[in-house]
Design a protein. Structure first.
Length: 265
């Protein structure tokens, strides 16, 4: 009987540890929500401008039930994912090439230095003038914002691979392509994903700003329209949705990174 119960104890202990960790991680969030609920109710802040969190939650569900939330969330997701995917397709291969080949580094780095120090939001009027108010300008702005963190982290990842690993592989007879594929690429994954997560966060930020100019749907449009119509709870509901979207993005990318980095454990 004892033998049948023994295997369950480590599992139960691990579950308890996870629950305790989740409880500790939730303390700050619960405290923040409690302060948000309390401050407008006791009059420290006018509830017209900062409604209690419970009212925002009710408004969020109302928007979800009548379909407005999902319509705007779908429009934002489509733009963010399109721009993010295009940025990855550009930045990751380019970063690998620049990081691995010195000639490409010397040729492209001066030009990249000029553009990477230009804030994406500062170029919003330029994108609108050149590409109009449609989807092209919004997605292009997201691409521009996402490319740089991915590109720079990919370059850094390739350059900071342990030289001893590369020398050891070469001494074993591996060619340049084999060294790159078997040593450099796997070792670069964590740093590359750091840039990808930064790009995901940046895509949400730029997306909201882009949707406040000429958009007819999207979370940025929802927030902007709610502000103009003085629907303050709807405005906060949109902001909360953007925060949840950013968290979901980060968790999804972290799960992918763990899967790709399983060899390190």
């Amino acid at each position: 009987m004892a033998d049948t119960l023994t295997p369950t104890r480590p599992a139960a202990r691990a579950t308890g540890v996870r629950l305790a960790r989740a409880a500790r991680s939730s303390v700050a969030i619960l405290a923040f929500l409690a302060v948000w609920e309390l401050v407008p109710r006791i009059g420290l802040v006018d509830s017209i401008f900062l409604p209690p969190v419970s009212r925002v939650v009710v408004t969020w569900f109302e928007l979800a039930l009548d379909g407005q939330l999902w319509q705007n969330l779908g429009a934002s997701l489509a733009r963010a994912l399109a721009g993010f995917a295009i940025a990855l397709l550009i930045a990751v291969p380019l970063g690998l090439v620049i990081g691995w080949y010195r000639a490409a580094d010397q040729l492209l780095t001066p030009l990249l230095e000029v553009f990477r120090n230009t804030a994406a939001l500062a170029l919003l009027p330029v994108f609108v003038l050149l590409l109009g108010l449609g989807e092209t300008s919004k997605i292009s702005l997201i691409v521009f914002a996402c490319v740089w963190p991915v590109l720079l982290n990919t370059i850094s990842a390739v350059r900071t691979v342990d030289p001893l690993l590369i020398k050891s592989a070469r001494s074993l007879g591996f060619g340049s392509a084999a060294v790159f594929g078997k040593i450099v690429l796997p070792a670069s994954v964590p740093t590359v994903f750091t840039g990808i997560r930064l790009a995901a966060a940046g895509s949400i930020l730029v997306l909201v700003a882009a949707e406040m100019v000429g958009a007819k749907a999207g979370l940025g449009y929802l927030i902007n329209a709610a502000q103009y119509n003085f629907e303050v709870p709807q405005m906060y509901a949109g902001i909360v949705t953007i925060s949840l979207l950013g968290i979901a993005f980060n968790h999804a990318l972290t799960a992918v990174e763990r899967r790709l980095s399983r060899w390190r454990s």
